[in-house]
Design a protein around this ligand. Structure first.
Ligand code: HEM
Length: 146
């Protein structure tokens, strides 16, 4: 009874954290585009490394953790969701986002060491990927088709 009275608060925090995480997921590869473009300008590169590092560490990582914690808190309060297919497909989609997040971390680390594994064009292209996952996950969470 006590926990179920908190369900809507959990959902509210879940959604706010998800928006903050996505702000970063949408922006990080855009920073990589500038980073690759200005790779021969040391002062720009230094500023971009700091921006990427802060975005990943101060915004994206905590926001991802809070999204997960409150997503699972809702499942603790309403375990009935686990009997539906949408939640499992949603969790698979969320793991796709987590893979994207850590891929961004690995690209950031390589570029901070002066390696450039991606072209500017590839960064622009990869930057569109989170939109597809956002569509899938929100569709599943809101429409609950199965
Ligand atoms: C493993 C991580 C996650 C878990 C366990 C989880 C779990 C849940 C649960 C149980 C609900 C409540 C459903 C309801 O009351 O109708 C919910 C709502 C929601 N989640 Fe997640 N979620 C996770 C990650 C995400 C992510 C990454 C996104 C966005 C891409 C997201 C978007 C939403 C939305 C939009 C709702 C609101 C649905 C509604 O009220 O109609 N969730 N989530």
């Amino acid at each position: 009874m006590f926990w179920s009275s908190l369900y809507h608060w959990f959902k509210m925090i879940h959604l706010i954290a998800m928006v903050a995480w996505f702000a970063g997921l949408f922006y990080i590869f855009r920073l990589f585009v500038y980073h690759v473009k200005h790779r021969d300008e040391p002062s720009v590169v230094a500023a971009l490394i700091t921006m990427e590092e802060k975005l990943l560490r101060i915004i994206m990582k905590p926001a991802m953790v809070v999204t997960f914690v409150f997503g699972f808190a809702m499942l603790y309060v309403k375990p009935v969701w686990l009997q539906y297919g949408w939640i499992w497909v949603k969790i698979v989609g969320v793991f796709g986002l987590v893979a994207y997040h850590f891929y961004a971390v690995s690209i950031h680390r390589k570029m901070a060491e002066g390696q450039y594994p991606l072209t500017e064009r590839a960064c622009r292209f990869i930057n569109e990927v989170p939109t597809l996952f956002l569509f899938l996950v929100v569709f599943l969470a809101v429409i609950k088709p199965f």
